[in-house]
Ligand binder design. Structure first.
Ligand code: FE
Length: 210
């Protein structure tokens, strides 16, 4: 016969072992989903653009920048905003829309507008204008042309981004890596896309409030 004190010791031991197992299991469960998973997702579009130019998320919100005078409501829903005959060197910009925890946002709204390769906006129609929504892993893709310069401005792509219908709209501009940027008074270096060497693809991740 086993005496009672030994049974109590064994029971307490079993409770401690099971408790430790449950607690350590939780730690393993929570940290990869909140911290590691977003980084795994971030590498995906970056790899498609150029594996050596991955842009990581540090949770810093995307800087806001002036809207300018040429925004138009009602842009068509499309990821390719290059209509036939539009002058300019083609480029594909990809990236993620993330929240401040670096978690990807599905169905985030983005609205882009820009000049053609000669620095001209289409203010009559919707050339080089279009809105879209991120896919299930928070990705957007924009097929466009490298914008030209117009007086006083370095090449830039205007954008509005919003996580969801009731979220704050972030109005900003993307820049390309060019020497011209420093002479633009509103240029912000945190808004420069990472461009591949052949200038055909670029990467930029947005961080916006939920
Ligand atoms: Fe502009």
């Amino acid at each position: 016969m086993i005496n009672k004190p030994i049974i109590y010791v064994l029971l307490i031991g079993a409770v401690l072992v099971i408790g430790y197992w449950l607690l350590s299991g939780q730690v393993v469960k929570t940290s990869p989903t909140t911290l590691e998973q977003p980084h795994a997702l971030i590498s995906q579009p970056a790899q498609q653009a150029n594996s050596s130019t991955a842009q990581v998320c540090n949770g810093q919100p995307t800087a806001s920048l002036t809207e300018g005078p040429y925004y138009k409501n009602g842009s068509p829903k499309r990821t390719n905003i290059v209509d036939p005959g539009v002058p300019g060197e083609k480029i594909t910009i990809k990236g993620l829309v993330l929240d401040s925890d670096c978690l990807p946002i599905e169905n985030a709204w983005l609205d882009f507008w820009q000049t053609d390769g000669e620095g001209v906006y289409d203010n009559q129609g919707f050339k080089l204008r279009g809105h879209q929504y991120t896919n299930e892993i928070g990705e957007y893709i924009l097929e466009t042309v490298i914008p030209g310069e117009y007086p006083g401005r370095t090449p830039h792509i205007h954008v509005k981004v919003r996580a969801g219908e009731n979220s704050q709209v972030v109005t900003s501009q993307l820049f390309l890596p060019t020497d011209r940027n420093d002479s633009d008074s509103i240029f912000d270096p945190s808004l420069v896309v990472i461009m591949s060497d052949d200038r055909k693809t670029a990467n930029f991740n947005f961080v916006v409030p939920r």
